[in-house]
Design a protein around this ligand. Structure first.
Ligand SMILES: Nc1ncnc2c1ncn2[C@@H]1O[C@H](COP(=O)(O)OP(=O)(O)OP(=O)(O)O)[C@@H](O)[C@H]1O
Ligand SMILES: [Mg+2]
Length: 497
């Protein structure tokens, strides 16, 4: 079913594809009047436009390069998704432990190199990252100031009732800006329509991601201790999700008076300079913090120029978010290695913390385990095959798992090292109103909760280590992938139950 907004002056602009007349929210509890949906949709579209809940519009050619040109509301769900408060608390509590885990793992250069070396042999991208990492090890490069902006993604598995981690992102954790706006949008809608819906806006938790991200940037900048220095955001040459990024740096400037610049990797190569003492200058300005919103996919490195830029920044004194070792600690291969028996114990001290982390690990395997390969060939729907990639759209599902496993087995190459196998998580699907391009579709959807974490340490002093807001993403249950920017999911917020 698809709905179009009603301004309150027109007749019903509704399109019915399923012929269903009574839309319901979440767990079939609330019957919502279609006229009400149309009104809320109209209000939500106005709200998004007025508050900057926007992305670049694909149909406008310059929208990925020029701010203010060709904007469209970000895809969102019309109403927040129900989520049990106990699992929300669990995800919040575990965020600082994951921050610490990344930091500890990043210090174990040998573990990162050993775990990823086979992958590096068959995956050129991983190999280049490992090269930079091993250069830093040879140089004995120490990162005194360590900045982590992470997002741990979870799904609530219906069968086991466990909150299971999809993955931990240590590079380019996106949507700290727009996710806060969606929470605000939903609070506003429930403020106006909550009574008719039987929903209370106070049950949507405050989302502080953008403020907390900006604050930790300001603190990192202060630790670097040069008031003239800038924060540099590494961006793709075209970026339709630029407003999410601009939100962050708008808050950084308005609240903390810290300036930032945006550069592509190629621009850093052309304009960057390393002073003999290790300070990084770009376009004549000293850079204290480098924040990567690009550089996580091979597409971001079309030539040697981009790799030179990455190496230059890594060698510098600037605070990298992430450093190469934080980046590697967030790879899917490392996620799988950490799930092996006895590995967490090497990095975390508290038995309680270890148990909490382990509880949210789904089944994770490397492809050198013949028993699990056989199981996956027999029952491919229960597994996801993942290469070492970020940004969505790269995972392998269903029959393709079987086809690829059989092919790799037959060819007998080392290609198996490029992938990990993961237990497929099945969250409960519920009817949801998904809004894209001003049209509201009702469909069965599943949700994925991302919890942001911020971490800042200067030598032995931990300055920040906390949970920092959330991202809810919702997608039609028939879709495998979950990316919003990639076009699979919509932004959402959480209604605690
Ligand atoms: N084990 C799983 N079970 C069910 N769905 C999964 C699983 N792993 C991944 N997915 C789905 O695929 C999407 C992408 O997976 P993943 O996060 O591992 O890849 P990515 O390319 O790093 O994505 P992102 O850009 O969100 O970081 C997830 O958002 C989720 O919807
Ligand atoms: Mg990812």
């Amino acid at each position: 079913m698809a709905l179009q907004p009603s301004s309150g002056h027109e007749g019903s602009g509704m399109k019915t594809q399923e012929g269903q007349s009574n839309p319901v929210l979440a767990s079939d509890v609330h019957n919502i009047d279609q006229g009400l949906i149309e009104k809320m949709l109209y209000d939500a579209l106005v709200w998004s436009s007025l508050h900057g809940l926007v992305v670049g519009d694909r149909s406008s050619q310059r929208s990925g390069k020029m701010p203010g040109v060709g904007m469209v509301h970000a895809p969102f769900s019309l109403l927040p998704t129900s989520f049990p408060e106990s699992y929300w608390r669990q995800a919040c509590e575990i965020a600082p432990i994951f921050n610490e885990l990344v930091d500890r793992v990043s210090l174990d250069g040998k573990f990162l190199q050993d775990s990823l070396s086979r992958t590096g042999k068959v995956d050129a991208f991983t190999s280049r990252l490992l090269d930079i990492h091993s250069k830093m090890l040879q140089m004995g490069k120490n990162e005194d100031i360590r900045l982590g902006l992470h997002r741990s993604d979870y799904m609530l598995d219906q069968q086991t009732n466990l909150l299971l981690q999809i993955e931990l992102n240590t590079i380019s954790s996106s949507f700290p800006g727009l996710s806060c706006l969606v929470s605000e949008l939903h609070r506003s809608l429930l403020g106006h329509y909550g009574e008719s819906l039987g929903l209370d806006s106070k049950r949507i938790p405050q989302n502080t991601a953008v403020d907390q991200y900006a604050e930790v940037f300001a603190k990192a900048w202060a630790e670097y201790n040069n008031p003239r220095s800038l924060v540099m955001v590494i961006v793709q040459t075209e970026e339709r999700n630029m407003y999410d990024q601009h939100w962050l740096f708008h808050v950084l400037r308005e609240k903390h008076n810290v300036k930032s610049i945006r550069k592509t990797l190629a621009e850093v190569d052309a304009q960057g300079e390393l002073k003999p003492d290790g300070r990084l200058f770009v376009d004549g300005q000293e850079i204290s913090v480098v924040y990567f919103r690009a550089g996580y996919t091979p597409n971001d490195y079309p030539s040697e120029s981009e790799w030179r830029a990455r190496l230059l920044m890594e060698q510098s004194l600037a605070i990298k978010c992430p450093s190469i070792s934080y980046h590697l600690a967030g790879t899917k291969k490392i996620q799988q290695e950490l799930a092996k028996a006895g590995v967490l114990e090497r990095y975390l001290d508290s038995q309680e913390d270890i148990a909490e982390v382990r509880k949210c690990f789904a089944g994770l395997w490397s492809l050198d385990d013949p028993v699990i390969i056989q199981k996956a060939i027999e029952n491919p729907k229960l597994f996801v095959m993942k290469p070492q990639r970020e940004g969505g759209g790269n995972n392998i599902y269903n029959e393709d798992v079987k086809v690829n496993l059989l092919r790799i087995q037959k060819e007998g190459t080392e290609e198996d090292a490029a992938y990990i196998l993961m237990q497929r998580i099945f969250p409960r699907a519920s009817p949801t109103f998904l809004v894209r391009d001003g049209i509201c579709h009702k469909d069965h959807a599943v949700s994925e909760l991302g919890v942001y974490g911020t971490y800042l340490r200067n030598k032995e002093k931990v300055i920040v280590n906390q949970q920092s807001g959330y991202l809810m993403r919702t997608k039609v249950s028939s879709s495998n992938e979950g990316g919003v920017a990639a076009g699979f999911a919509v932004l959402d917020s959480m209604y605690l139950t």
